[in-house]
Design a protein around this ligand. Structure first.
Ligand code: BTN
Length: 286
């Protein structure tokens, strides 16, 4: 059963966001809540009412059922981080080349917004942000097709991009695998959530415009537009990872492969350590 969202609150630090925004669209419409089950659910609900414009933003001070990729939880203690979801209305004609790599584009946008406080931030494929091997931020992109089927040229997807950024504190139950901006800034003042969110939305808008081919003069659109700003910071490239074995004779549950590159739509090219041809991988276990 879905929880009823609590009403938007005043008096919260994120109230300052509008004064700090430098974006054209992202965050211009903003609903803030004291607590929600998940900002992604609330943003999807807003989008499906048909009234959320491109860039409409939902934030919460706390989430009671924050979630990550592959069914994982996203711990969301009150005020410790940014829990935000943005509705995207991509241009007509955005194709599968674009969809596959959307999370990677969002990771680039977040990284470029956060490097002023966390210069060492790196990307773990597909879309985790790490500092010193510990997680600073995570991204959850969700798409719902309304109207006709997803392969109809007339159908338009509802896209919600959710992200969580640990700002003032690491959630206690994941302290050994997580970090937060307050640990990264060392001697400088810890930025407020509104300041961080404004910076991230600004860089995210720039990256998404390039990704959707809305910025003239860039290196194409889709993953091609951002590859050069993803790969140099991606810690997964050249790593050995374990993936589920496939094929009819599965002697072992996992097999080791080396990541040798990224496909043109942002999936992994891997090579089995045991030998054999390269193949693509679209998803890896956590
Ligand atoms: C991951 O690392 O697996 C993705 C984490 C995404 C968490 C954010 S917090 C805001 C939004 N609402 C959610 O329920 N999840 C995303």
């Amino acid at each position: 059963m879905s929880e009823r969202p609590s009403p938007p609150v005043d008096g919260d630090e994120l109230r300052e966001l509008q004064a700090r925004l430098k974006t054209r669209a992202l965050g211009r419409a903003h609903r803030h809540h004291a607590a929600l089950a998940s900002t992604n659910d609330e943003a999807m609900r807003w989008a499906s009412e048909g009234q959320a414009a491109h860039g409409a933003l939902v934030t919460a001070d706390a989430q009671t059922a924050g979630r990550g990729r592959l069914g994982r939880d996203w711990a969301s203690p009150r005020g410790a981080g940014i829990y935000a979801s943005v509705v995207l209305r991509p241009p007509v004609g955005a194709d599968s080349l674009t969809w596959g790599a959307l999370g990677l584009a969002v990771a680039v946008g977040l990284r470029e917004g956060l490097i002023q406080w966390a210069p060492e931030v790196r990307l773990k494929w597909p879309n985790d942000l790490l500092c010193g091997g510990r997680k600073l931020a995570g991204i959850l992109c969700e798409t719902r097709w309304s109207g006709s089927s997803s392969n109809s040229s007339r159908s338009r997807p509802q896209v919600v991009v959710g992200f969580g950024i640990n700002v003032g504190a690491c959630p206690p139950d994941v302290r050994d695998i997580a970090t937060c901006l307050s640990e990264q800034v060392l001697n400088e003042a810890v930025p407020g959530r509104a300041e961080v969110l404004a910076a991230v939305l600004e860089s995210l808008e720039r990256v998404l415009d390039q990704f959707f081919g809305l910025a003239p003069g860039g290196p194409g659109r889709g993953f091609a537009a951002i590859r050069g700003r993803y790969e140099p910071f991606c810690v997964t490239l050249n790593r050995v990872i374990a993936i589920p074995a496939r094929g009819p004779r599965r002697e072992e549950a996992l097999r080791e492969v080396r990541v040798i590159g990224l496909t043109e739509d942002g999936a992994l090219w891997v090579e089995p350590l045991a030998g054999g041809a390269r193949f693509r991988v679209d998803s890896v276990p956590p």
